[in-house]
Design a protein around this ligand. Sequence first.
Ligand SMILES: O=C(O)CCC(=O)C(=O)O
Ligand SMILES: [Fe+2]
Length: 308
Amino acid sequence: MSSPIKKFVRPHSLTHCVLDHSLIGRLKHVLWRRGINAERTRRQAGGTDLDSTARSIVRQLAEKGIVIGNVTDFLSDSGLAAFREGEQVIRAEVASEKVQDTLTNGRNSGQNKDYLIQIVNFSDPIDAGHPLLRLALDERLLKIVADYMGMWPQLHAISSWLNFPVDQDAKASQLWHRDPEDLKTVKVFIYLDDVGPKQGPFSFIGGSHPLGADCERLPEHQHPRRVLDQEMAKTFPEDRWTRCTGPAGTMIMADTVGYHRGGQVQEGHRLLVTFTYTSGAPQEKRKLAVTGQPNWQLSPIQDFALKN
Ligand SMILES: O=C(O)CCC(=O)C(=O)O
Ligand SMILES: [Fe+2]
């Protein structure tokens, strides 16, 4: 959708937060929800039947912009089953000659982010029967995202990566940034193996997300879109950096319009699954393309997550 409203609400840069506490920021929020995403907002208006754990996740997300837990905190039983199935598919792919050869070469020269291998590539169409699609459409997960966003979300991308050590300075998503996909953007990361401080944990500045307490505090930076650690530390000291380490099965949900970075592995590797959820009118072109039809009856919120 390329309407004048959408142009008006668009983000200025990867380091600025559009939904702030100013009058303009609040006006943009209203237009984004009730203007260009009116139907999705109306669907969510009655609220959803969330249990107390899910409600607590939404509260933390609204307050800090990030929640870290275990897959069992976020997913329904069928989501967990899809996760286990998806993990098998990913591990088989990691074991393939193609992936192992790239690892042996030490750098993935085929792409800008040469420090990772896309195990499930977000730009490839995904089959409707793929367990990761079932996982990304888990109803409990969708309801949590919907409650935070104030509207029924759209599933924007599905991906799985393997990050590995590369002998070079941090770059791209390894440096602090805000994501450009939409005015609020919820990303999920599930670690398939243990991630410690040396495996490039996803890191986040709590409160820097849209309408968060610190969304207006902007660190000075030289690079047009990225902020270096030493630049960030002047505005947000290191004790404000949430480093998401955790065992296999750790699940992170964050509004990545808040400052974040990750994936600079020093030792071993980091294997994860990631999903992106946006409004129905994202600022960036949607990456997800699904081939075929799911072989189960989609519920209304799942249907909205898939449709344009
Ligand atoms: O690899 C990471 O931990 C950060 C990735 C990132 O910036 C993103 O997915 O938007
Ligand atoms: Fe990012």
